[in-house]
Structures are given as structure tokens and as C-alpha cells.
Design a protein around this ligand. Structure first.
Ligand code: NAD
Length: 473
């Protein structure tokens, strides 16, 4: 069995204690991972602080080159890293609509290069006989990244490449459920960087909490659940850490009566079930006009009946739910939906073990007050709700403490765009959902968090403003 090591100040570091990492398809232990102590965290933060001035003062183009080089190095290890993702995360290599481990690797490499190409030009506010006033973007210092288990590598890259690109140094802690791909990627990344610029420590939520309150860390970028996001916000107040919080979502989609059901059904299915439903911005509540309700339910159930759920190293569309607590939550939410009298069109019961397998479950005629509608299930289960009045659908869609994404589906693009702009969410799509790209900002409103990632807006979050005023009189 492989034993993994952390990287602190460019050196591989072990620990006295380890925790097991499971393959969710077999429930067997695939690796032992070091449990960082507070001493390891202090050493990692110290190393990042020591490395910061030289990294900050390096030329902008030199830093861009390093981030490009990281993209190229990860690409050259794509097969190995994708295999690790399959083993620890459970997702298939290819998967439904090609959205499996290879897709995560492709995104990882693409995001590195796109981030390398970003710039933060100086903004000239005034340049006349009296003064020249410039606005500069300065790196913050040490950025700590805390990541979840659904896209372990891609989210690590989303957090850390803009941090490096803008001149910060990094301490990253991956999820204790999926640390392996990030540990291996950190090794590859470290070959290209000065010691201390990119450090990785591993452990559970208590290590995350220690990072949150650590006085040597200047910013936390966190992707994970809303309850953890709230704890991070509390813990970060000690030294007024900057925060980017990408939290849970319960995205609604509104399907208007003029859609071509046969055309939209596969796209709706793919964006709801992406990564087995374990995607923050997946479509999670589907509001369908009564005129097309039965036809769309039938089309979605037809696709669900045709897909295969099984171990990710086989020819399957979907793998297991990633971990036992999440699996138990999906089972409980499905049982609650069934007990509420909702119509289970496909699935509904866990598959026989071993492994945390739950089939794609489409649920019709479900009440608004059920757990499946109110909570984020984060699994392969989709409620389909009926409406007759568009304003009522909009009110129900917006009746959520979350506000990550939302969508409207229609053949009348103008009407759909007007309606989409009234959704209370960070990204509103028309005739699509869950589509993100490296140059368009992505983030939540309400309890889905604050701050954005990607593109220039995302890069700015890793900096503070310095106004430079040169008097000429
Ligand atoms: P989680 O909040 O349980 O854990 C995420 C990370 O936080 C892990 O590394 C964990 O060890 C750490 N952590 C736990 N307790 C902590 C604490 N008190 N202080 C600091 N760190 C702590 O989330 P999860 O179960 O890994 O991920 C699923 C959730 O993430 C879902 O709600 C999903 O919607 C959300 N998510 C959001 C986005 C987004 O971009 N908005 C993307 C992916 C996932």
C-alpha cells in the first residue's frame, strides 16, 4: 500500500500518525496519509512566509511562465493523476457525457494555462500637472487553500494557481476523503517552484480550523459546505484574513412551456447528474411548466434507465457516492422523498454493496417542503416540480438560502434571459446549467458564499489595492 508524504519547504515530510484513505467503490483502504500536527502547520506557514518576498518580487512574466510550466507538467502526468482520481474519488475515467476523471484533468490543465495568461494591469486614475495616481494590485502574502472531495485536483488548481500567479505563496489542505491526487500533484508542482512557495499539509477539519485561525495566514480560499464556511468566517477574524468562500448550492432551473423536450432533456440530465450530482453548481431543483411536465419527466426517466452506475474503473456512466456520510445522507433524503408520497420514477434505493452506490433517481410530484427540495442532496437524485404560473416558479426558485447558480430553459431567448436575470444567484444560465469557464467569474450569493473565482475578477481576490499618488506640484 502506498504511503504518502506532505511537502513543507520543498521537502517531503512524514508524520507519526496517519489516517486511511478508502476507495469508495470497494470500501478498501488504498493508502495511508500523514496526519499533520500543529507543528507541521506552523512549519508550512513559516516556509510560505519566508518564500513570499522573493516570489512576490519575481517578475510578472517569470511567474506566468512557472504557472504555464505547472500546467504542462500536470498534463504530462495526466494518466497517473486521472487513475488516482478514479481510485480515491470514485468517478469513472470517461463517464457520462465525458465528464469523468479525464474531464477533471483536462480542466486542471486548461485552468493552469488560462490563469497563467491573466494580467492585473496598473490602473491610471489621474495623470496631469498636479499628480499621477495609479492603482496597483499587491499580493496578500500566505494564502491557505482548503478543498472538498468532489473535484479534488481541479478545485486545488482553481485555488492555488491564481494565488501563485499574483505573487502569493501557498499552504493547501485537501479533503481528508481525497488527499492523494493533490499530494501527488503537489510533488510535481514543487519540482518547478522555489522551496516554500507551495506547501501541502493533510488532515481533517481540525487542521482546517487551525489554518483558519493561524496568525501567519493572510487569506483563506475555501470550497465546501455552508456550515463549514460559517465556521471559517468566524475563525478568520483574529487577523482579519481575506476570504473567498465557495459554498453549497441548491440551484433551481425553470423550464418554460415552449421548450423542445427531446432536445433539452439530455442537457438537463447531464447538468443535474454531473459528477454523480456531487457538483456545487449542478442543477438540483427542476421546475417544469405543466404543459411539458409529463413529457420531460418521461424523457429524464428514460435516460436514467439507460445509464450504468458501478466501479469507476469499469465501463460505467457514474461511480459511487464519494464517502459514507454523504452516501447515508443521499439514502436518507431518498427515503424521506419516498415517505412523503412523491413518485420515484427511477432508482430510489441504494445498490447492493460493497461500495457507496446509489442509482440515478428521478423524483416527480414532490412537495416543496421535503428534504430533497429544501436541502442540497449532493448525490444522484433530482426532484422534478410542476408549475403553472411563471412568477410562482420564480418565487419558488428564489425561495432558498442558497444562491450559487440558476437557469431558464426556453426557445424564446429574450424572455428566458429576462427571467434568468431575476434569479437570485451568482451565475444565471439560459438553456444550460453548471457551465463554467476560466475567464468568466464564478461565485455565490446569499449562503452560497462570497467572492468569485476565475478570470480577472477572480485574480483580484488574491490581491489588495495600493493607491500610489505622486504629487507633481
Ligand atoms: P466540507 O465543508 O465538509 O469540507 C470541505 C473541507 O473543509 C475539507 O477539507 C474539510 O476537512 C475542511 N473542514 C471541515 N471542517 C472544517 C473547519 N471547521 N474549519 C476549516 N476547515 C474545515 O465540504 P465537503 O463535504 O468536502 O464538500 C461538499 C460541499 O462543498 C457541498 O456543500 C458543495 O456544494 C460544496 N461545494 C461548493 C463548491 C463551490 O464552488 N461553491 C464546489 C464544490 C463543492
Amino acid at each position: 500500500m502506498s504511503e504518502y508524504q506532505m511537502i513543507i519547504n520543498g521537502e517531503k515530510v512524514s508524520a507519526d500518525e496517519h489516517f486511511p484513505v478508502l476507495n469508495p467503490a470497494t470500501e478498501t483502504v488504498i493508502a495511508q496519509c500523514p496526519q499533520a500536527t500543529s507543528g507541521h502547520l506552523d512549519a508550512a506557514v513559516d516556509a510560505a512566509r519566508q518564500a513570499f518576498p522573493a516570489w512576490r518580487d519575481m517578475s510578472d512574466s517569470a511567474r506566468a511562465e512557472r504557472v504555464h510550466a505547472i500546467g504542462a507538467a500536470l498534463a504530462s502526468h495526466a494518466d497517473e493523476l486521472a487513475q488516482l482520481l478514479v481510485q480515491e474519488q470514485g468517478k469513472p475515467m470517461g463517464g457520462f457525457a465525458g465528464l469523468g476523471a479525464q474531464f477533471e484533468m483536462g480542466g486542471t490543465v486548461a485552468w493552469c494555462h488560462a490563469t497563467a495568461d491573466l494580467t492585473l494591469p496598473v490602473d491610471i486614475i489621474q495623470d496631469n500637472d498636479e499628480a499621477r495616481i495609479e492603482v496597483h494590485r499587491k499580493p496578500l502574502g500566505v494564502v491557505a487553500s482548503i478543498t472538498p472531495w468532489n473535484y479534488p485536483l481541479l478545485i486545488a488548481i482553481w485555488h492555488t494557481m491564481p494565488a501563485l500567479r499574483s505573487g502569493n505563496t501557498v499552504v493547501i489542505k485537501p479533503s481528508e476523503f481525497t488527499p492523494l491526487t493533490t499530494l501527488r500533484a503537489a510533488e510535481i508542482i514543487n519540482e518547478l517552484l522555489p522551496p516554500g512557495v507551495f506547501n501541502i499539509v493533510t488532515g481533517d477539519g481540525s487542521l482546517g480550523a487551525a489554518m483558519t485561525s493561524h496568525p501567519g495566514i493572510d487569506k483563506i480560499v475555501f470550497t465546501g459546505s455552508t456550515p463549514t464556511g460559517k465556521k471559517i468566517m468566524q475563525g478568520a477574524s483574529g487577523n482579519l484574513k481575506r476570504l473567498t468562500l465557495e459554498l453549497g448550492g441548491n440551484d433551481a432551473a425553470i423550464v418554460l412551456p415552449d421548450v423542445d423536450v427531446a432536445a433539452v432533456a439530455p442537457k438537463i440530465f447531464a447538468t443535474a447528474l454531473i459528477n454523480n450530482g456531487q457538483t456545487c453548481a449542478a442543477l438540483k431543483r427542476l421546475y417544469v411548466h405543466e404543459a411539458v411536465y409529463d413529457e420531460l419527466c418521461q424523457a429524464l426517466a428514460g435516460i436514467a434507465a439507460s445509464v450504468k452506475t458501478g466501479p469507476g474503473d469499469g465501463e460505467v456512466d457514474f461511480g459511487p457516492v464519494q464517502n459514507k456520510p454523504q452516501f447515508d445522507k443521499v439514502c436518507a433524503i431518498a427515503a424521506d422523498a419516498k415517505a412523503s408520497g412523491a413518485r420515484i420514477l427511477t432508482g430510489g434505493e441504494p445498490l447492493p454493496g460493497p461500495g457507496y452506490f446509489f442509482p440515478v433517481t428521478i423524483v416527480a410530484d414532490i412537495d416543496e417542503g421535503t428534504r430533497l427540495v429544501r436541502e442540497e442532496p449532493f448525490g444522484p437524485i433530482l426532484p422534478v416540480l410542476k408549475f403553472s404560473d411563471v412568477e410562482d416558479a420564480l418565487r419558488r426558485a428564489n425561495d432558498s438560502t442558497n444562491g450559487l447558480g440558476g437557469s431558464v430553459w426556453s426557445s424564446d431567448i429574450e424572455a428566458a434571459t429576462r427571467l434568468a436575470s431575476r434569479l437570485e444567484c451568482g451565475t444565471a444560465w439560459v438553456n444550460n446549467h453548471a457551465m463554467i469557464q476560466p475567464d468568466a467569474p464564478f461565485g455565490g450569493v446569499k449562503e452560497s458564499g462570497f467572492g468569485v473565482e476565475f478570470g480577472r475578477y477572480g485574480l483580484e481576490e488574491y490581491t489588495s489595492i495600493q493607491t500610489l499618488q505622486v504629487s507633481k506640484v
